[in-house]
Write a protein that binds this ligand. Structure first.
Ligand SMILES: Nc1ncnc2c1ncn2[C@@H]1O[C@H](COP(=O)(O)OP(=O)(O)OP(=O)(O)O)[C@@H](O)[C@H]1O
Length: 455
């Protein structure tokens, strides 16, 4: 079992796309070396038992099964066992010869593609890339069961929040598209759920798609779907997010990241409400409401040629700005106390020290409500005794009434500290680190860039 993790020249771990090669007789001895230049890191296992151990330890999304015609029957059992325990993995098969009818089990084993040795590594890399993308889709279960989980209340008594709640009620009645703007973590996603909940579509599905989280090559089929056989690897029909949201609402987050060619398709959809799955012959009508969000300034994106002006005007009809937490300072302490009370298992035994309350009130909250929640969650775990200190919140080094520049510098330092810890905690797995901080990968990469962290 090979457990080497890629490292850079300083020996620190670097993140790569991990795949597992299930190879009982070392039939592909050079696979790791051949795939490394394409950015793949190969773990190897000879048996299902070793494979399952590695799958429990590392973020592995694709398995290459090397099928030996001499021993394929016992491999069938091992593969079925792994598939049952890890249903979202994507599989490619490499065989050592011509398969006969005794190998028909392979057809029902859900492989994305089959290869014969010797491999064409470039083509194989393409298939791995596709499998990786499919695994991303399988992992991001986009449907939010609004009816199953109680919808988080929008907290706050400040006039800005009261106006926000009133505006949501009004916009909920309309069936037109809404454009939500606001800083990261300010509550755009929460507002989108409320818009759905307050609309006549509340019994329908609520589907979300973060346009910045998917590679450009996958967005088209994710949004519009594809037919079986539409392209290599399209082994099943895929119902796109627009169609999944039929009768309900589709929330498209980070809309500024949508590639320009897809912006045209979206504009057409907004005009005629028709979609065409990739590979389909006929369009079909979809009845869903669209809600968009962006933390980026869309006007700037239009000026810079990254966002189509006609789509911008089409989206900009009903617009709602979600205020930043620092704009409703009078609500911060009551919200912080509520979040602390609501932490499972806390049973209101923990309280903030006076110094912590001061720090919470005076901090600038660049990450908004999400940052407030995350700092409190972390502090509740780290707290010693019954008081949460400013230090446990990571706010002890924030001085009150700093000049803006100093504050910005301190924010960056703190952001960097939190990011580096998440990266280390998750062994350089950026997706897992982003999940731990409850932010999208796009936001994670943006923050890494802002804090000038070298990965
Ligand atoms: N006023 C509020 N009251 C209670 N919870 C809130 C409020 N605003 C935001 N939240 C909570 O803060 C967290 C972050 O909110 P959300 O994900 O909606 O932010 P966002 O603006 O969509 O962020 P991003 O742009 O990074 O995707 C969520 O857990 C949300 O429930």
């Amino acid at each position: 079992m090979n457990q080497d993790v890629p490292s850079d020249s300083k020996g620190s771990r670097i993140s790569r796309r991990n795949i597992l090669v299930l190879d009982p007789v070392d039939g592909l001895p050079d696979i790791a070396a051949e795939l490394a230049p394409f950015g793949w890191h190969c773990f190897k296992a000879q048996q299902a038992r070793d494979a399952l151990t590695l799958l429990g330890q590392y973020d592995i999304r694709v398995i290459v099964a090397v099928i030996e015609t001499s021993s394929h029957r016992c491999q069938a059992r091992e593969i079925a066992d792994i598939q049952r325990k890890h249903p979202k993995l994507q599989w490619l098969a490499v065989t050592d010869g011509i398969l006969d009818t005794s190998c028909s089990w392979l057809l029902s084993a859900n492989f994305i593609d089959y290869y014969h040795k010797p491999l064409n590594w470039c083509r194989f890399n393409d298939s791995l890339g596709h499998a990786w993308g499919m695994s991303q889709l399988a992992r991001d279960n986009p449907t939010v069961a609004i009816d199953d989980a109680p919808l988080t209340a929008i907290e706050g008594k400040h006039p800005l929040i009261q106006t926000l709640r009133r505006d949501l009620e009004k916009l909920g009645q309309s069936d037109d598209t809404v454009l939500l703007s606001g800083e990261t973590g300010s509550g755009k996603g929460l507002c989108a759920k409320w818009l759905h909940f307050l609309s006549h579509r509340r019994q329908g599905p609520f589907v979300t798609l973060n346009c910045g989280a998917l590679p450009a090559s996958l967005i088209q089929s994710t949004l519009f779907g594809h037919e079986k056989g539409a392209f290599t690897g399209a082994d099943k029909r895929y119902i796109g997010h627009l169609e999944q949201a039929d009768g309900g609402t589709l929330f498209l987050d980070e809309i500024a990241d949508l590639p320009l060619d897809l912006q045209v398709n979206l504009l057409h959809f907004l005009d005629d409400k028709q979609i065409m799955r990739i590979g389909a012959c006929h369009p079909q009508t979809v009845n869903c409401r669209l809600i968009f969000a962006s933390h980026q300034d869309l006007e700037n994106a239009v000026d810079e040629g990254r966002f189509r002006e006609d789509l911008y005007h089409r989206l900009n009809v009903l617009r709602l700005h979600v205020p930043s937490l620092r704009e409703y300072k009078s609500d911060i302490i009551p919200m912080a106390e509520r979040f602390l009370q609501n932490i499972p298992g806390n049973a209101s035994s923990l309280v903030f020290s006076n110094q912590a309350l001061n720090a919470i009130q005076n901090y600038n909250w660049p990450g908004n409500v999400r940052e407030l929640q995350n700092r409190i969650r972390r502090a509740a775990v780290m707290a010693e005794g019954s008081e949460i200190s400013a230090k446990a919140l990571g706010l002890d080094r924030i001085k009150e009434h700093n000049p803006d520049a100093e504050l910005a510098k301190q924010r960056d330092n703190l952001d960097a500290e939190v990011l580096l810890k998440a990266i280390a905690d998750n062994r350089h797995n950026i997706s897992a680190a982003a999940r731990q901080l409850n932010i999208s990968r796009t936001t994670f990469y943006r923050l890494i860039k802002k804090c000038q962290i070298q990965l």
